[in-house]
Design a protein around this ligand. Structure first.
Ligand code: SF4
Length: 384
């Protein structure tokens, strides 16, 4: 079946389905008064760009509240460009993959140069080509296509995970090779509606999210059923074939909550060029196979901060999975015995009172520690 020959059919079927079933409530796709933009009408690319970056590793339902909070804190590009990176991390806290927040900040400076400070209110002065958007850190071809079609209603194709899955099923492609990838981009470019590109791309994304889902696609409600080779000949769920899941290694980590005599505790800021650079955390590190977790904490705090501590009671232990590794954290309360803390492997150290911890951006794993610490401190206070 030649999908390109059926392009008009596909456009009509998808747009009709979208009008009745599409997610036309997504806040960054609406005008500032909450109404749906008309065909050809330009809407602000600012909120769309932020949402697209948030969506790169995170699902829509998780992104919406973060996006709403972000828009309240940084309502425009000017607010963002002047913001301190720490406040950007605080607004991002909980979404994970913090390098995305850092790239947004870097991109804001490039965008302001491109647009010009006095033209920011005019959405048409923002970049409108794939090449221009792709010069920004972290913006790939599909993200660029989605921003442009959503904001300017221009026919820029997309090929995100949802769209790849739909196409691989329509064509019954078991595996998407590098060559297929090229073919799918051509398909997306040829199929996109020239009259309603914004709705067409959104219809594809919505179909992938609502109907043509990774598991158990709801083919009986799919507008493209009669054109879908996987549906007609095979079991669609088997397309595209998934790679065998890699089993991530597990690493044990020991962390110390070090208190001083004033009841303040020690936090350190990760080096700027490291993973999650600029974020704050509790000191500690990887356990060696021959040592106990208490020994790890003692050793790490000596190596990282040049202090001697007495490792006290365990606060909590938990697992946290990243894409490439699983970490098993064990956290102990520690008493500071000697040595003036120095940031030997971090950029900065601070003694802070527990109430002030919320002023600093911490990676997701550390937020579990903070909430357990608050519980522990309220119990301790009741004992006094
Ligand atoms: S018929 Fe089923 S597999 Fe094919 S595109 Fe529609 S939902 Fe996906």
């Amino acid at each position: 079946m030649d999908l390109i020959e059926s392009s008009q059919d596909i456009e009509n079927l998808l747009l009709t389905w979208f009008r009745d079933n599409g997610r036309n409530w997504i806040p960054w796709k609406l005008k500032t008064d909450g109404s749906i933009p008309k065909s050809g009408e330009i809407i602000s690319p600012y909120g769309i760009w932020i949402a697209e970056v948030m969506l790169q590793q995170t699902q829509l339902k998780v992104v919406v509240p973060y996006w709403e909070k972000w828009i309240k804190i940084f309502p425009s590009l000017t607010d963002l460009v002047d913001a301190d990176l720490q406040n950007i991390y605080l607004a991002w806290q909980g979404l994970g993959y913090y390098s995305r927040a850092k790239r947004i900040h870097q991109s804001s400076k490039l965008l302001i140069k491109y647009i010009g400070k006095n033209r920011l209110e005019d959405p048409s002065s923002w970049p409108t080509t794939i090449d221009n958007w792709m010069t920004l850190p972290g913006i790939g071809r599909s993200t660029a296509g989605s921003i442009i079609s959503s904001a300017f209603d221009l026919p820029t194709p997309i090929l995100d995970g949802n769209v790849k899955r739909i196409f691989s099923r329509l064509l019954a492609l078991e595996k998407i090779t590098f060559k297929d990838q090229k073919k799918l981009w051509e398909l997306s470019t040829k199929l996109i509606s020239k009259d309603n590109p914004r709705d067409f791309n959104q219809a594809l994304m919505d179909l992938g999210a609502i109907i043509c889902t990774p598991q158990k696609p709801v083919c009986s409600f799919c507008p493209l059923q009669k054109l879908c080779v996987a549906y007609i000949k095979y079991d669609p769920q088997n397309f595209p074939k998934k790679d065998m899941k890699k089993i991530n290694p597990c690493q044990e980590i020991g962390l110390g909550i070090v208190f001083n005599k004033n009841g303040e505790l020690l936090i350190d800021q990760r080096l700027e060029n490291s993973r999650m650079g600029g974020m704050w955390e509790f000191p500690g590190g990887k356990k060696n196979s021959e040592e106990s977790i208490e020994m790890t904490i003692e050793r790490e705090l000596k190596e990282e901060l040049d202090i001697v501590v007495k490792v006290g009671p365990k606060l909590l232990s938990f697992e946290h999975a990243y894409t490439h590794i699983k970490l098993h954290f064990t956290v102990h309360i520690c008493e500071w015995k000697s040595g003036e803390p120095k940031p030997l492997t971090s950029q900065k150290l601070l003694w802070v009172s527990p109430e002030r911890l919320s002023d600093f951006p911490f990676p997701a794993a550390n937020t579990k520690i903070i909430s357990e610490l608050y519980k522990h401190l309220s119990i301790e206070n009741q004992k006094l």
